[in-house]
Design a protein around this ligand. Structure first.
Ligand code: CA
Length: 340
């Protein structure tokens, strides 16, 4: 049996049919309140003739909304007559998590983006990962997985690619990132070479597909600026792939490219308490500069614990909630990158 045939999920759409189809991927889930019911994961397929396929995913983490809004808009606005090829839109990939507005699934606590390549006979989240990895990704030429900071983090909106060892593929991904046209983009380290990459982008890489991701903002909200960046970026990816005609390219911005490297790019809470940041998102910081303090209002006479940046860089991401536990990520930095 092929890997795709091992998936238990049943799409209501025909991926080979022409035109626009909307419906659900059925994930049968027998529970106390619904013995024979299925979880309805929404999907839209837009196809016109032969051509490349783009797979656009959001709601991989359910508390990240910018991509869900952008893909809902795209599902309504994109007409089959405009395109050459196929666009597959999966706006609430981890549907139970997205409906609950949570990073992870309330059904099995599964973090979809740590579950790839999934398991066809596993938990709900594992079954979704398996379906995406073995049914959807193999159909795609390019994969966009739209993330943001979720409930606990806020990013300066940016696009990203994962560094890959094949230079030709790296160059194609850099071209896609330039086409995306976001003001900021970064190249992630591409793992440390050990273990399986359990993210959706890792699944795209395993299949040899082009992949672009985003970190669009976060704090459990949608901003007009982030939405503008992602909607323009998705359209320009479709143009870059030849799915939309060149005349539909939207003028992007000159992208500043950052590198997100090793552990010294990240700042973690040294203690549990209330987090006071002393820098803003988008600031340029120096090595040793004060990053913030952890306060103990339950013992207000106790000294706050100060912590500092371990290297210089651009403040790309910061924690949102004040209440913080030791080990929480409070900041991460980026440094200017050369892409070769
Ligand atoms: Ca995320």
């Amino acid at each position: 049996m092929s890997d795709a045939a091992r998936s238990r999920l049943i799409p209501e759409v025909d991926f080979d049919a022409e035109g626009k189809q909307t419906g659900f991927v059925r994930l049968f889930h027998s529970v106390h309140s619904s013995a024979y019911g299925f979880i309805p994961i929404p999907i839209v397929v837009i196809k016109n003739g032969a051509g490349p396929t783009a797979l656009f995913v959001s709601g991989n983490h359910g508390d990240e909304y910018e991509g869900q809004v952008a893909l809902s808009n795209l599902a309504k606005s994109l007409d089959p007559s405009q395109i050459k090829g196929r666009v597959i839109i999966l706006p609430m990939a981890n549907f139970p998590a997205a409906m609950a507005g949570r990073r992870t699934s309330p059904l099995d606590e599964g973090n979809l983006n740590r579950t790839f390549p999934g398991n066809p006979d596993g938990t709900v989240t594992q079954q979704i990962a398996f379906f995406i990895e073995h049914v959807l990704i193999p159909m795609a030429d390019v994969v966009c997985d739209l993330h943001s900071g979720g409930s606990s983090l806020m990013y300066v909106p940016c696009a990203l690619i994962k560094r890959v060892s094949d230079p030709a593929r790296h160059a194609q991904q850099v071209a896609l990132l330039r086409a995306f046209g976001s003001p900021l983009a970064y190249v992630s380290g591409g793992g440390n070479g050990t273990g399986t990459d359990s993210t959706l982008m890792g699944g795209a890489e395993r299949a040899g597909k082009l992949a672009v991701g985003t970190e669009l903002g976060g704090s459990g909200q949608v901003t007009p600026a982030a939405l503008r960046i992602v909607e323009r970026g998705l359209r320009n990816v479709l143009v870059q792939m030849g799915i939309l005609p060149r005349k539909m390219r939207l003028k992007g911005e000159d992208t500043r490219f950052l590198n997100v490297g090793g552990p010294d790019y990240f700042v973690y809470a040294p203690d549990s308490g209330v987090f006071e940041p002393v820098v803003e998102l988008g600031d340029e910081v120096r090595k040793g500069q004060l990053a913030g303090r952890i306060h103990f209002p339950e013992t207000p006479w106790a000294s706050a614990v100060e912590f500092r940046f371990g290297r210089e860089g651009f403040v790309l991401c910061k924690r949102v909630p004040g209440r913080t536990s030791r080990g929480d990520c409070l900041f991460h930095l980026g440094t200017d990158a050369t892409l070769e």
